[in-house]
Design a protein around this ligand. Structure first.
Ligand SMILES: NC(=O)c1ccc[n+]([C@@H]2O[C@H](COP(=O)([O-])OP(=O)(O)OC[C@H]3O[C@@H](n4cnc5c(N)ncnc54)[C@H](O)[C@@H]3O)[C@@H](O)[C@H]2O)c1
Length: 361
């Protein structure tokens, strides 16, 4: 057998456990090191995850001194850039958790370092591995819709507010807009080939997170739990985006792609709790609409049951890309546009004005 790929984990909180569980299913991979900035946390994680051989560190730079083929970066958003840049500079391939970063500048820096070092930077959007998402992309890319001029997307959690590091601006950078908004944006923009965003006008609020009636950590909650935005793209395309962690409604509406020849409507499955939504890869129905001329024709597109192994697929794709010398499965260069929009939404919501999105060449 060829040698096992050596993987390190940076940040040993909730999602790091999901990464390790996937790596442990693979015969050709071993998790050899874990780093967490909180003293004792990496050691405790090792024990809990059954990684007796792995080394534990508090400083991720010590972990990066080891011979590693790749690292999973599972820190809060605010630490994504520093740890990723350090990992790439140390010659490691990176699977970075979503959202890519807090600011556009950080995303640009990470991409530049990845290009300079020749090391892989891939972003962990597991909904990409859902077959329904692939069907949606295939329909949009097939040209069936004609010229797409309007997209509406986003996701509404009725009551799905996280706590801990997710609700503090200094750690997360942003709330619902980035946390689950990045998925919805990726779903729509990946389908249509990530056009170049030009301007964004956004609004956000946090009426529920800051209310002790609705959130146990209301006194520390300083990110948005709701946001909307209108984003203009090159090629006369506009995206109407809506997202919420909490609201007095069960949905913010379907995802729509309106084209000159047909329209595609995508709904979420009937939520079984307050947390579900199209944003996370769950698709309830897909319908194609033709003919605005009186006789409306609707064709249901078959959807498959949402799968549980999307997370495995994303981690496995990273491993195989490293092993086979393939390009990043979900490249930082592409997700830069996702991050540019989030950055623009945050700037616009803060200023109460439409803002330009400036992308580097
Ligand atoms: N893909 C998904 O389904 C999914 C789900 C949840 C979270 N996430 C993403 O994963 C990331 C982490 O989320 P989480 O729920 O695991 O958060 P968490 O707060 O549970 O864990 C983060 C860990 O990182 C550690 N940390 C912070 N700064 C560090 C640094 N500089 N070096 C090393 N360790 C550091 C913290 O001490 C903590 O243990 C976030 O970016 C989040 O958006 C992705």
């Amino acid at each position: 057998m060829t040698r096992k790929l050596k993987i390190g984990i940076i940040g040993s909180g909730g999602i790091a456990g999901a990464h390790v569980r996937q790596y442990k299913k693979m015969d050709d991979v071993e998790v050899v090191a874990v780093a967490d900035i909180v003293p004792g946390k990496a050691e405790e994680f090792k024990g809990r995850m059954g990684l007796p051989q792995a080394r534990a560190f508090e400083d991720h730079r010590k972990l990066l001194e080891l011979e590693l083929d790749g690292v999973s970066i599972c820190t809060p958003n605010a630490a994504h850039c520093r740890t990723t840049v350090d990992a790439l500079e140390a010659g490691k391939n990176v699977l970075l958790e979503k959202p890519m970063s807090v600011t556009l500048e950080e995303a640009v820096e990470m991409v530049r370092v990845s290009q300079r070092t020749g090391k892989m930077l891939t972003i962990g959007f597991q909904p990409r591995y859902d077959p329904n998402m692939r069907t949606m992309k295939d329909i949009v890319q097939s040209g069936t819709l004609g010229k797409v001029y309007y997209i509406q997307t986003g996701g509404g959690r009725r009551r799905g507010m996280p706590g801990g590091t997710f609700i503090r601006k200094e750690l997360a950078g942003s709330g619902a807009l980035a946390d689950i908004g990045c998925y919805s944006l990726d779903m729509a923009l990946h389908s249509i080939g990530y056009p170049k965003p030009l301007t964004v006008s956004a609004f956000s609020s946090n009426h529920f997170g800051t209310n002790p009636k609705y959130h146990p950590e209301a006194d520390r909650f300083n990110v948005e739990d709701f946001g909307v935005a209108l984003i203009r793209f090159e090629g006369h395309l506009v995206l109407n985006f809506k997202i919420s962690w909490a609201m007095h409604a069960d949905s913010l509406g379907p995802t729509l792609f309106l084209g000159t020849d047909a329209g595609l409507r995508v709904t979420t499955p009937q939520p079984t709790d307050g947390w579900g939504g199209v944003w996370d890869g769950g698709v309830g129905s897909m319908t194609l609409f033709h003919d605005v001329n009186g006789f409306q024709t609707e064709s249901p597109i078959p959807v498959v049951e949402p799968r549980n192994d999307r997370f495995y697929d994303k981690v496995r794709d990273f491993v195989e890309a490293v092993r086979d010398g393939r390009p990043a499965p979900i490249p930082g260069e592409q997700i830069l546009r996702n991050q540019a929009i989030i950055d623009g939404m945050l700037r616009s919501a803060a200023s109460g004005r439409e803002v330009d999105i400036q992308l580097p060449d």
